[in-house]
Design a protein around this ligand. Sequence first.
Ligand SMILES: [Zn+2]
Length: 349
Amino acid sequence: MKKGNLSAFFLALGGAIFVSLAAYLFWQPEREIVMDIEGHYENPFDVLSFEDILQRLPGSIPILQYHMIMTPHNASLLSPLIAKRPLLRRFILTSQEFREQLEILYQQGFRPISLDEYLALGSGEVSSLKRLAPGTKPFVLTFDDATYGQFDLIDTNSDGIVEIDPECAVGILLDFHNTHPDFALTGAFCIDFSKVPFLQPSYLEKKLNLLLDYGFEIVNHTKNHTSLDKLFRKSPDAFSREIGAAMEKFESYLGYRAKSINKIAYPNGRVSDQVKQAVKQISYKGKTYHFIAGLHAYGLWAPQPASTHFDPYAIPRIEISGKNFEKFVLLAPRLLTMPPLTEKKPQDK
Ligand SMILES: [Zn+2]
């Protein structure tokens, strides 16, 4: 190498080292966002300006994430909790608000599809979506933490016979489907066991089975609602136990029907690349469980699974409150222009 070339080489090398060092020193990891009813959290929508968020909308399929529904039946339990922790309000809709949101979605042409149907779009399998009329748009309903007002059984007539509270989410969805038959009865319940799911211990087995009977999906939201990223770093065994022990619980109530539980919802939205890799296959007490997808606790519209941006282990969801519903669903610019889902013609394949 000539002397001139050698100097140029060292100059370039020095430059590269300087740039790498500067990038290392000044690069900030993305702000960690915690989004759940337990523990500390912050609103991811406060981090970005509204315009930033609108620009980032992938314009695909909204996956809505609900937490608590305040019903006339549980209001006396929920009100003191809210008085103590006013921030909880963000996670609560009233029955009436939930019903109104469904009606608005329906009027806007949205029709619910299941998570399985959403995922199947990745392989071009849209045959089960033929039920969507032309011009309608798919969306997915999810409910997290098996908490207040999602699925309540009540003894309305004090005759010892319990029935589904018509004001809880499941009751409202059943009624909505009856009055709007083209609004399929579907939705995913992301269930953890940090407390008794749905808060009525004696009806848990009945409820889990009823959910599957009706065609709802159940998603593994872990045994103790522990953030999986930290847990995996600390102990991969404890990580497997957190997911496997939840499967054991599901099996104890659902038997072989628990096999349908093949998706994870990350508690507090905490996930890392290691976790995304490790959840694909979990071994626990001699059994192996496979998970085909992982749901975030926050985000905007989810990409179509057929798109190149799609990561089945990082599926974004829109956390719904009254405000977010308006801003990030109703006012999302692509809501009215999103092309309807159509099946590929044979010659296109
Ligand atoms: Zn949760």
